[in-house]
Structure formats: C-alpha cells, structure tokens
Design a binder for this molecule. Sequence first.
Ligand SMILES: *[C@@H]1O[C@H](CO)[C@@H](O)[C@H](O)[C@H]1NC(C)=O
Ligand SMILES: *[C@@H]1O[C@H](CO)[C@@H](O)[C@H](O)[C@H]1NC(C)=O
Ligand SMILES: [Zn+2]
Length: 989
Amino acid sequence: MAVHLRLPTAVFLLVCSGVLSFPVGQEKRDATTCGYQSCHATKPTMLNVHLVPHTHDDVGWLKTVDQYFYGDRNDIQHAGVQYILDSVVDQLLKNPDRRFIYVETGFFYRWWKQQSPSMQQTVKQLVNEGRLEFVNGGWCMSDEATTHYSAVIDQMTIGLRFLNETFGICGRPRVAWHIDPFGHAREHASIFAQMGYDGFFFGRLDYQDRNRRMKVKEQELLWRASDSLTPPMADLFTGILPNGYNPPEGFCWDQLCSDAPIRDDPDLEDYNVDDVVWRFLHAAKSQALVYKTNHIIMTMGSDFQYENANLWYKNLDKLIRYVNAQQTNGSNVNVLYSTPSCYLQELHRANLTWSLKTDDFFPYADNAHNFWTGYFTSRPALKRYERISNSNLQSCNQLEVLGGPVSRKGLFGLGDSETLRKAMAVAQHHDAVSGTEKQHVANDYAKRLAKGWQHCQVLVSNSLASLTGSSAERIYCDNLNVSVCPLTESSKKFSVSVYNPLGRTVTWPVRLPVNGTAYSVTDTQGKYVDCQVLPVSRATQEVRRNRGFASNELVFQVQAPPLGYSTYSVSLLKDQPSSSLLPHGAPTVIQNKFLQVTFDPDTGLMNGLINLETKQTIKLTQNFYWYNASDGNNYESQQTSGAYIFRPNSSTPLMVNSKAKVESFQNSVVQEMRQWFAPWVSQVVRLYSDSKAVELEWTVGPVPVNDRQGKEVITRLDTSIKTSELFYTDSNGREVLQRKKDFRPTWQLKQTEPIAGNYYPINSRAFIKDDMDQLTVVTDRSQGGGSIYNGSLEIMIHRRLLYDDYRGVGEALDERSEIFPDGLVVRGRLLLSLERPASAADAHRPLAQEVVSQPLLSFTDGDLSQNARLEFSGLQASLPPAVHLLTLSQWDKESVLLRLEHQFQSWESKVNSQPVTVNLQKLFSTLDVLGVSELNLSANQWKDEMRRFDWTPEKEEKPLPKTFEDLSVWEITLRPMEIRTFLLRVTFK
Ligand SMILES: *[C@@H]1O[C@H](CO)[C@@H](O)[C@H](O)[C@H]1NC(C)=O
Ligand SMILES: *[C@@H]1O[C@H](CO)[C@@H](O)[C@H](O)[C@H]1NC(C)=O
Ligand SMILES: [Zn+2]
C-alpha cells in the first residue's frame, strides 16, 4: 500500500491496441538476450537515470485477491490486475525499448492461465528479450515482521517454480524487491541471499535512519544477514529506493494521477516540454546527491498502476526523447528505460565498497509519533490460524509423500496439498498475516486457508488409510483449543492418531472434550497411559459459546515417532465419581519433576519460577495490562493507534486487575492454576508432567470499549533477572537478534515514543537473560513486544481500536464475527522456560519447533480394525537434535523436495552448534533414494549453477568464500543455520 498517492479515482479508459509498430517476429530472436544482457547501454561519463516502469499489486488489502485480479468492486478502490497485464503487454509490443517488471506471481499465474497460446507465445518473447522482467517472483511480496521463515520459503518456492517452468532461465528473477513491507527482517535478507538473488531493493525504513543515510550516501549497503553462515552465503546487496516506490513529484502519468502530461506540440496551448525537462533534470541531479554512483533509479509507477499503460509509456517515451536531446546542449543526464537488475548491474560494475550492516530494519517509523509496531500483533486470531495452517500444510505435504499416489486419489476421494499451499502463499502477503487488510479481506484469507485444509484432510485420510491399512473414517477436530469435538464428546470408544511432522520423537499433551468422568487410554502396545479428567473451565465455556457441550476434558500425554503416527485408544469407563474433578482450592505451588511455579496467596499472581534440575530460582510476577490507544486528540501529533500503528496515550499501562481469583487442579498428568482477572481476561498456568516449560494459556476478549477507549492488551513478566536494557527476539522464527532499549545499532536514535519505539516483532520467541538465568518465552504466533523495564518482558496479545490510523486501510481494527458480535475473543499460549544462558537454546529451539509443527490429530469412532497398523515412522531413525526436517513434499511423479536445516546458531550451544552429517540414503524407512541433486534454497536453480554478484564491504577484508566438501553425495554436512535443499528421486521399497 502507498499512502502518498491516494488520489481520486480517474475514469477508466479502454485501451485500443491499434497497430503494432514493432510486430513480433521481425527482430532477431535469441533466448540468451534476457537478463543482464538485455539492458540498454548507459553512458559512463553521464548521470544515468534508470526509469523502472512498475506496478505494486497487493495480493489482497482493501479488496480480496480475486477482486483485485478482476477489477471487481472498483467502488472500494479502482484496481484491476488483469487489465494491467493486458495493457502492459500491448504497450511493450509497441516499442522494443520499453521495459516493465512484474513482481507478484500469484497474480501473474491467474492471468497466464487465461491467455491464448499465441498470447502466451508473445509474452514468452517479451520475457526472452528482457522487455518484461520478473522481479522478486514469489507468489506474493511477503510481510517481514509477522511471517515465519518456513512459510516464506514455501511461498517463494511456488512462485519461482511457476516462473521457471513457464519461462525457463529468462523467468528467473535476479533481484528481490520488497518495496512496501513495513520494516525489514534480517532473516528475509538471509533467505534471499540463499535463493541466489544478486541484490535487494526496498522502500520503507525509519525516517531518522533514512536522513542519516542520505547525508552520508549510505542508501546502498551490504547486508550481512547471518552471524552463523560463512560470508558471503548470507550477504545481500541492499538498495533503498528514493521515493518509496513512487515516481518523483510531478512525474506521475498514470490514470490514477493528475500530473500534467507532456504537451509537446508548440502549435497547441500550454506547451511544457522545457518546463518538464528542466524539472526532471533538477529532480535527477538532486537525487544523485544522495547516492554514490553516476546511476540512479526512478520507480515509475505505484499501487495498481498501468491499467491504461498507454498514459505512462506515451509520456515516458517523450520524456526520454526530450531529456536526452539536451545532451547536444551540454546536458550530462542520460535517461533510459531500465529494470532493477539493469540498475543493479551498473552498481556492481562501479566496483565500490559498501557499508556493512548486520542488524535489521525494525521498528519502522515514518515520523516521530508514527511507529508501525501495532501490526506485529494486529488480528491475533488470523495470525494464529495462519501458523496452524502452516503446520497442517507441512503434515499434509509429508503424508502425500509417505502415502504415495493413493493420498491424492484414494478411499476418501480427491485430496490435494496445492489448495492449502496456495492459500498459505497468499496469506504471507504484507497485508494478510500482517493484519493490515480490511475485515472482509481478512475473512477471505481465513476462508482460503479453511478450504485448503479441507482438501488436505481428504489427502491425509487417504494417506493414513493406506499407511494403517484401515478404511475407518477419520474425523478432524479443529476446535480443540476451545474444547469442542462432537466425536469425543459423545463416543464411548474411539481412537486418536497423532501424526508428528518433526524428524524426532516428540511427546505432547492432548486435551479432549468429554462428558464422562473416567476413561481408560491405551497406547499402540495396549499399555495403559496415565490419563485424568478435569472440568471444563468457565472461561472455556464462555469462549466456545454454543458450539459444544462437553463438561470435562480428558488429558493425557502422547508420543509419536519421527514423521509418523501413533494411535491411542480411549474408552469410557463406567461413570465413576472422580476426585480430580474437584478443585484443590488455592495452593500456592504447582510443580512437576522439572519445574516449580509459585503464586502469591494474596493476589493469586505468579511470583516465582524454579528449575528443579539446575537449581535456578527467579522472582517472576506476571499480569495483564492495557495501553490506552491514542485517539489522535493530542497536542504532539494527531496520530491514532490503528491496524499498522501502535501509539499509546500514556507510557503507563493500566492493570486489568491487581488480583486474580484462582482455582487449582492437580493430578499426575497436569497441574494447573486457573486465574480469572476480569470478565474479559483469564488464564491457566499449566505444568504437564513431562514438560520442561510452563504453559500460560491466556483468553482475552471481548475487549470492552464501551468507555470509548481503544485497548492494546499486553501481558508482562517482571523478573529478578538483571538485564541492563537488553533483550532478544527472533527474526522470522530463526536467528536471534539482540535489542537494546532506546537504541539502534547503526544510528543515534532520538526516541520519541518510549513504548511503541521499543517494540519489536516476535515470531516464535523472545528472551531476557543475565549471567545466571535466561527466561525464554515461546509464542504460538507472531506478536509484538518489548523490554521497557530491566528484568521485564512484555508481549502484546490483543488489540481493539476505535479509529483508523490513516495508512490507507480506512477501518478501525475492531474485530467482530458472527459468533463474536461483541468483539473477538482470542486464546493463545506462551511457553516459559528457565535455563542457564549457555544451554538455553538446547531447550528453546526444540520447544519452538514443537509449537510451530504441532501434532495432527485425527479420530476414528469405535474399534479400529484388528490388523490396522497402529504406529508408523517415515524415518529410519530420529534426526540428530541439531537437524530439523524443514520440507518434505512431492515435487513431481518421481521426485520429492527435501530441506534439511541446522537449527542452531554458531554461538548458541556447546553440544548442538556443531556441524552434523546426515546420510540421505539412510533417511527414509519406506522410500529408496535413487538419485539426489542439490538446489538453491528456493529450488529454482541447481546449486552448482548458482552464481551471484560479489560485493565488497567497506573497512573489512573481503572474506574468502569457503567451500565445504561433503563426505559423499549421500552423506551431507550441515553447519550452524544452514538449510540445504535437495531433489530426491525416490521409489517405494
Ligand atoms: C575493482 O577494484 C579493485 C580495487 O579497487 C581492483 O583491484 C579491481 O581490478 C577492480 N575490478 C574491476 C573489474 O574493475
Ligand atoms: C527449470 O525449468 C526447466 C523447464 O523450463 C526445467 O528443465 C529445469 O529442470 C527447471 N530447473 C529447476 C532447477 O528446477
Ligand atoms: Zn503493498
């Protein structure tokens, strides 16, 4: 989204294609003239201005992705992507000098499918000649603050795969292009580098940072995006665009704009060529003052522009002609049609050194009181649903491989993983999971994910039928978080299969809604499993509304082998009174063999945490607060809090309640303290018997706003850990970055928002530590948070706001739904672990993986058939603890895509931050691996063909690229934070 160009909607003009002045087929055709070879010549002694015609097409924002594609609902926003592509192709054919870049493959794919073979041929020609160039090329332009790396890699992979399969080498983008996301993550840069991009351009960064960079000409830099990968593996040349992604002022010739066209007939009125040329030369020269080389870029386009591309191109043709004509009068400005890769090539040729950056570009502020840190939390329910959908997609992908072809076409009908893969790809967009779209668009994203999951359910049922040898119908219960599952609520005998998408054996707790008071649970060997029944809490009854009627929850621990399932049988015992159904009153301690949590008897709040193994003890108070969201009525600034922006009225949050009413349940499986703070805030503090983490299950909403005050709800942990202004957050769920209060590593910060200016994205974890203790909080979705006081960590969990924040969405973030007309209730979990700093990662890395890749439960009523296979593992053995199986998915008939990842940073762990070797032939239990080829991270290029521009940092020896040899083609070694991508040719054993 761009806000600069929110102009009145112009009348849509129909484009008549007319006669092609350069019909395809007359020029010499050569497939190798795409890419860098197809760039227009520049003039080494002049200032070269690269005009880059482009459109920024949001994959959903004010309208849904398909409304944008068709140009539907132009009453909301005038925008139609199909017309843009129609019109641009037409205009490119009229003049071979013209260039256009296209970015969002999710849209391009929709358009391509509808074209005739001859139009497809014409477009291929344009691509082969570098006249139409793909840039970035993911399915969407992903958000950087609220996405998880696993989903980002997936969405890039499907976009780039489509481009490669459709256009071959000429369809492979050379440049990453994130012109709109609201702040930039280091992990994204690392991912782009590993995908083989030569450079990266973006538009938004903190205004103070930009001002400094303009002064010192550091708007181009070398981003070293990993502290673990050997340079230049994660080095990415990064350029900051001059006007966001808009044209310089006065030069917007789209139908959405109202700048004067070039009026070049001296016989007509208002001849303005001299004026346009003069203004352009002025704009070019002043832009050149803040960049290093004699090449500058101008982005000629913006949101959904080029629907009538004739307007732009007609004026750009003239601009180039008239500006360059001045060269005979001594002008040294040379202007040309260009693309980001052609511009990048010139920067590379300049052979300069570039400043090195190792931190990231968060948080983003566009002015003193305008910090874009609210969207880190906006739409918390959608953010969680997106994360669950990622987990389901990974399980679906794996079961498609492990179950073989019958997964897609089997007992239960046609299933597929593609629908969910595409829905997930769309959901990564920077107005999707970010929570910055209109309500009806958020509903559309959720609907797509739900539909994708339905398709996957059929696939999973087919696959499990094949693996178990049982044709019993499988039931999925998607509302277990609010204790709703019709089958378990009424059945006297059922079984539950637990599929584990991780590459190692995992134990999880399971809670099932039931109405009996005593059950027996047996595992695959028929052994009894300890299980307990607890009453459903009042908070759960309230949040499920009328969707279920279970009075109790059955709780037990399940274990499932790597990439496999275990099946547990559950039977109702004769209804017996159960003592565990009665609360224990309010004791002040809950504990298991690893941890003890203590509570203040007067307030009911947590007040301490002890790790019984390491003998660590900290004071720890946890409570709920809310910031009063700014309504804009403020002398410093009119800025309101909204979907993008977080702006509290006061730096002191209000406490929901200084005391909680508590009730405790303690048994051999789980100990829990249920806390009730207010009609809209409650929590359960839980310790399962086998868990090394404390679970805080919070339930917040409907956030009351009848006092006309928007509320930004946080939970805060205040501890005795001595932190001196530092805390740590992950980047897209992967590497961890240090954060310091009121501080930015690369410039002198003038802090103007003491809370919002200290918030950072948390995708999967944040921690505080001193020499002795590290408290890590693992989150179940992306959230914003900060450490405002020493020893303290706060996380924003819900927002309900009453005003729009003037960044284009045009709605207040006030979520309601059919079930929650009074405001959305959101439930989530935080997991706390207390460890020694030196070994904390050994605990929080696997913990976070277990939250990201959760078990997939399916249920069958009654007895499973006698000879059903109750347990299965797709792997021969558990992977080593440092190794995460990131991707296993069917690529084509014979091949599967495999990504193995070293999940530790180089400094993080004595035991796990070591290289590890995995034998690919000994990986799978049911698949023979016949062949292997290594790919780049996005799987659109063979690894040994990957060549990138090399760039030299300032003030540092250029590191020598190191090459590591594997032991053999089968025995591959992973170094800290490395992800390796393989295409494996497989058959079933
Ligand atoms: C780039 O600059 C370095 C040192 O400044 C020089 O040694 C090298 O030859 C230059 N490379 C090219 C291609 O001009
Ligand atoms: C790219 O696509 C071509 C077909 O256009 C195919 O032959 C090639 O294997 C693909 N490359 C990769 C790395 O998948
Ligand atoms: Zn956008």
